[in-house]
Design a protein around this ligand. Sequence first.
Ligand code: NAP
Length: 287
Amino acid sequence: MTIDGYTRTCGLIGNPVEHTVSPAIHNFLAEKTGRDLAYVPFHVETGRLEDAVKGAFALNLLGVNVTVPYKSDVIPYLAEVDDLAARIGAVNTLVRLPDGFKGYNTDMPGLYRAMQSDGVRVEGEKALILGAGGAARAVAVMLADKGAGEIRILNRTLSKAEQIAEEVNAMTGKKLAAGFPLEAYRDFPKEDRYLCIQTTNVGMFPKVEDALLEDPAFYAMLHTGYDLIFNPLDTRFMQLTRRAGGRAFNGLKMLLYQGVIAYELWTGCEIPETLAQETYQNMRACF
Ligand code: NAP
């Protein structure tokens, strides 16, 4: 592609952004859909987020992705926030409006689309969430929205798990979610089988030998283990899940579909599933 005066720019703001896989999504999609669009990561130093958002708008950027650590902090600098993003309390995609950016959360629709693509059902499932950070809050809202039968959030810091559970219960008006300390799984009914979503950083490169829990008895309770980590592509959590007889998936498809949905919001075009799968292969080549 030739960059000229007509080329539209989309970007990623975060810190760090140096190892991002997102250019392999958006520049590939731009090439395949014939759009004159370039996607560039921007490293934003601590304290410069407001300048970065105003600058991106002033420079006529078509759209922006937002990553760690700014997904919540960016909200005050937006002209509008989509309802789902407001409920999750985190924005990862900015779409240009006449007077500023509108914030969306495509991480959760992205995870749901990834689960559908992997044949993982949410509706009616008993679900476990490992971790209670930003991603866990979003996963809990998604599970509630999509009709999970029960949500148990296990975290090192119990108060954070309890807070997310309270928020989900207030949102749904039901006693759907509950927070637990990590080791509480030992007291869960032995006959229950869970869909487990691993949302902590434990096991991420370079500490690839780590898993939050090692006990085979925990993994025996899972029919499916879904790790949001994608580096490495096969985490220890996934290996332990498979060893106990469950199915295991990584977070690369979630990354794919959050990007596909963001690209659709920016350009108004619809990405067919065949092109999404081609993009997935392009991302895998980054590892
Ligand atoms: P976060 O807000 O910092 O939360 C991290 C969570 O991990 C907290 O609950 C923390 O427990 C727990 N934790 C971290 N280290 C731990 C340890 N050594 N032992 C026990 N618990 C530990 O992070 P986040 O934004 O939620 O992101 C979490 C993960 O999701 C990251 O790996 C990220 O790459 C992944 N993610 C993937 C995608 C994707 O597209 N695939 C999208 C978003 C996020 P405490 O509460 O006790 O501190």
